[in-house]
Design a binder for this molecule. Structure first.
Ligand code: NAD
Length: 375
C-alpha cells in the first residue's frame, strides 16, 4: 500500500486560547484583520471584545451570512475585504463561518465571483489572505481541512470546493467557545464528527495515520457526545468533543468522506435537515452495507471501538441518535415517490464513489423508502 500524509495547519488547543489571537497576529506580522463570525458572538458582545483586545490587529467584522452559506454571501464578504484592504482573516464560528471565510479570503484577491468555482470544476487560485480558523462548534473540522462547503440557493446546489489554498494557516481550538452551543446544534455537529471519522476510515482513500485519527475521534464521540448534549457546560465533555472534532477533521481530509455525506447534500438542500443530522441519518444504514468490505477492516474498526461487530456498532449509532434527539427517519416529511426519486438522483454525488461498496440506485431507493416509512 502506498500513501502520503500532509497536514499544513498549525493547531493550538486549549481553554482560553482564543485570547492569543492578537499576539499570534503580531508575531506573524499580520495587520488589518477581518473577524468573520456568526451572529451569536456579535449579539453577546464577545466579537467586539475580541477586536478590542487584539490591540489593533483586528479592525473589521463581517457577520452577514447564514448557516450553509450562499455564494452571494461569500461575494459580499470578499467585496467588503477588498474595499477595506483586509490583511488577514479570523474565522470564528461553526463550519459556516469558516467555509465562508476560506472562500472569501481567496476570492477577495481577484475580481471573480465564487460562483465561477462552485461545482464547475474550475480550479481555485492558490493565493489567499492568511487565515486563522477558530471553531465554535464540535464540529466540522473545517479548521484543518482544505474544503469549503457552499450553497448556491439560486441554482439549488450545495457542494464542496476543494483547494490547497483553503487550509487555514492556524487553527485555535478553544473548547470554552462551545459552551454556548445549544443542545440540538451540539447533537447535530457531534453526529457530523462521528460521520467524518467513520467515513474517513472506510473511504477508498483510507490510510494508516487517518485510520488512527478516526478510531480516536469515534471513541470520543460515543463516550462524550451524550454528556455534551445533556450538560452543555460540562467542561470535560466539551473539551473531549472539540478534541474529537479536530481529530476527525484530520481523519477525513485526505481520505475524503463517502456515502453518508453524499446523501446529506440533498437532505439539507431540499429538506432543510442540518448537515450533521443529515449525515447521521444514513450512517448506521451504510455501516451495515459496508460491514464486510475491505477484507474485514470495517469489522476491525467496530471491534477497536469496543463493539462486538459492525451490526452492534450500527445499533449503537441508532441508539446514540435516539438519546441525543436526532431523527432516525423521514416519516414526518411524507415523501412522495418523486421526492424519493430526487433524493436518489441527487445523492449520486462524487463522495458516493469513495464508498468501499458500490452503491446502486436500487440500494439508495431501498434506503430512502425505509427512511420515508420510519419515524
Ligand atoms: P453552523 O456553522 O452552520 O452553525 C450552526 C448554528 O450554530 C448557527 O446558527 C451558528 O450561528 C450557531 N453557533 C455556532 N457556534 C455557536 C456557539 N458557540 N454558540 C452558540 N451558537 C453557535 O454549523 P456547523 O455544523 O458548525 O457547520 C455546518 C456547515 O459546515 C455546513 O455548511 C457543512 O456542509 C459545512 N462543513 C464543512 C466542512 C469542511 O471541511 N469545510 C466539513 C463538514 C461540514
Amino acid at each position: 500500500m502506498m500513501w502520503d500524509y500532509e497536514q499544513p495547519v498549525d493547531i493550538r488547543f486549549g481553554n482560553g486560547r482564543v485570547s492569543e489571537i492578537g499576539e499570534l497576529a503580531r508575531e506573524r506580522g499580520l495587520r488589518n484583520g477581518m473577524l468573520i463570525t456568526s451572529g451569536h458572538f456579535v449579539r453577546d458582545g464577545f466579537a467586539q471584545r475580541l477586536i478590542d483586545d487584539s490591540a489593533g490587529a483586528l479592525t473589521g467584522m463581517f457577520s452577514d451570512f447564514s448557516p450553509n452559506p450562499d455564494v452571494s454571501e461569500v461575494d459580499a464578504c470578499a467585496a467588503v475585504m477588498r474595499e477595506s484592504g483586509t490583511g488577514f482573516v479570523v474565522a470564528m464560528g461553526g463550519g459556516s463561518a469558516m467555509d465562508l471565510a476560506k472562500a472569501a479570503a481567496s476570492i477577495c484577491l481577484t475580481e471573480d465571483s465564487i460562483a465561477d468555482y462552485h461545482g464547475t470544476g474550475k480550479a481555485m487560485p492558490q493565493e489567499h489572505l492568511p487565515l486563522i480558523a477558530v471553531p465554535t462548534t464540535a464540529g466540522t473540522g473545517s479548521e484543518v481541512t482544505c474544503v469549503s462547503v457552499l450553497t448556491n440557493r439560486a441554482l439549488g446546489k450545495k457542494a464542496p470546493i476543494v483547494s490547497d489554498g483553503f487550509f487555514p494557516d492556524l487553527a485555535i481550538v478553544d473548547p470554552e467557545l462551545t459552551y454556548s452551543v445549544p443542545p440540538y446544534v451540539t447533537a447535530c455537529t457531534g453526529m457530523d464528527v462521528l460521520s467524518q471519522a467513520i467515513e474517513g476510515y472506510w473511504s477508498k482513500g483510507h490510510q494508516p495515520i487517518c485510520d488512527a485519527c478516526a478510531v480516536h475521534a469515534a471513541k470520543l464521540v460515543f463516550r462524550w457526545l451524550p454528556v455534551a448534549v445533556a450538560e452543555p457546560r460540562n467542561a470535560e465533555a466539551r473539551e473531549k468533543m472539540c478534541e474529537a472534532s479536530v481529530i476527525a477533521g484530520l481523519a477525513f481530509t485526505l481520505p475524503k468522506t463517502t456515502s453518508s455525506h453524499a446523501c446529506s447534500f440533498p437532505l439539507t438542500n431540499i429538506h432543510g435537515i442540518p448537515h450533521g443530522e443529515a449525515c447521521g441519518l444514513t450512517l448506521d444504514w451504510f455501516a451495515r452495507i459496508n460491514a464486510d468490505a475491505q477484507h474485514g477492516r470495517v469489522q476491525e474498526f467496530a471491534r477497536m471501538l469496543g463493539f462486538a461487530d459492525v451490526d452492534a456498532m450500527a445499533d449503537a449509532i441508532h441508539d446514540l441518535k435516539v438519546t441525543i434527539g436526532m431523527r432516525t427517519g423521514l416519516k414526518d416529511l411524507a415523501l412522495s415517490e418523486s421526492q424519493i426519486d430526487d433524493l436518489v438522483r441527487i445523492s449520486r454525488h462524487p463522495n458516493l464513489y469513495n464508498n468501499p461498496v458500490d452503491i446502486t440506485d436500487e440500494m439508495l431507493r431501498d434506503m430512502y423508502e425505509y427512511l420515508a416509512a420510519t419515524d
